[in-house]
Design a protein. Structure first.
Length: 245
């Protein structure tokens, strides 16, 4: 059995220490051995005025995430501002057994949040090999690009860290379910909720089955979604409706 957990919460805009403390507290309620999805930019929100400073502090935050990952056998995915060779990326970082086992920069930057002005886009999309399952990552806006999810067809689980706006929540629900169905994989959507900075976020975090069923859902509020699933369900659905020729 795989234990899946999605964290939904409202980040405090630009307040790294406060957000880290809140997330570490929420993680205490998650079953040991779980695969955990955190929201996009969960440690600071889109605080562009202080983005360079936040990027410099990402390593310190990751040390705490690596610690709890090691102590409780958690596999954690969320996105962080990450500075590499003078460029800042919106980067999904995969931590397992106290180590970083994968980094994936956001490829499709969201114009409405002015991401292209502040982040460098990524290029490569890949499936990461956790010892628990094969994991693919889509970051928020990238849900709108089916070619990205199709490049992750071998993944058992799609993990989607998000800061998706309230006005577009119906799109979020429809696209998340569609990506689970067409990839025939579990999908873990972790979204922020409430007002963060100048934006209002939708919440509506969820876990979907490879059949498109809603296994867990939270409309609003700080919450943790947890389900136990059989990885074998992915194989069964793909055998029943073979899309891989």
């Amino acid at each position: 059995m795989l234990n899946l957990a999605v964290v939904q919460y409202r980040p405090a805009f630009g307040k790294v220490e406060e957000n880290l403390s809140k997330v570490l507290d929420l993680l205490k309620y998650i079953k040991e051995g779980s695969i955990v999805a955190l929201p996009e930019m969960w440690k600071c929100g889109f605080d562009y005025e202080n983005l360079a400073e936040h990027a410099e502090k990402t390593e310190d935050v990751l040390e705490e995430i690596k610690r709890v990952s090691f102590e409780r056998d958690l596999t954690l995915v969320g996105t962080y501002p990450l500075k590499l060779e003078g460029k800042i990326y919106n980067s999904a970082i995969l931590v397992e057994k106290g180590k970083i086992i994968g980094i994936r920069h956001k490829i499709k930057l969201f114009p409405l949040y002015e991401e292209p002005k502040h982040f460098t886009p990524g290029i490569e999309n890949t499936v990461f090999e956790s010892y628990k399952a094969k994991l693919g990552i889509l970051i928020c806006f990238e849900l709108r690009f089916p070619e990205l999810s199709q490049s992750l067809r071998d993944a058992d689980i799609l993990i989607v860290p998000s800061m998706w706006g309230e006005k577009r929540k119906e799109h979020l629900k429809a696209l998340s379910r569609a990506r689970a169905i067409e990839n025939q994989s579990f999908l873990m959507l972790s979204n922020a909720w409430g007002r963060v900075g100048e934006e209002e976020y939708a919440g509506h975090s969820a876990i979907y089955s490879p059949w498109g069923e809603v296994l867990a859902f939270s409309e609003k509020g700080d919450s943790i979604l947890q389900v136990s699933v059989e990885k074998e369900q992915v194989r069964r659905v793909r055998k029943y409706i073979p899309l891989r020729f």
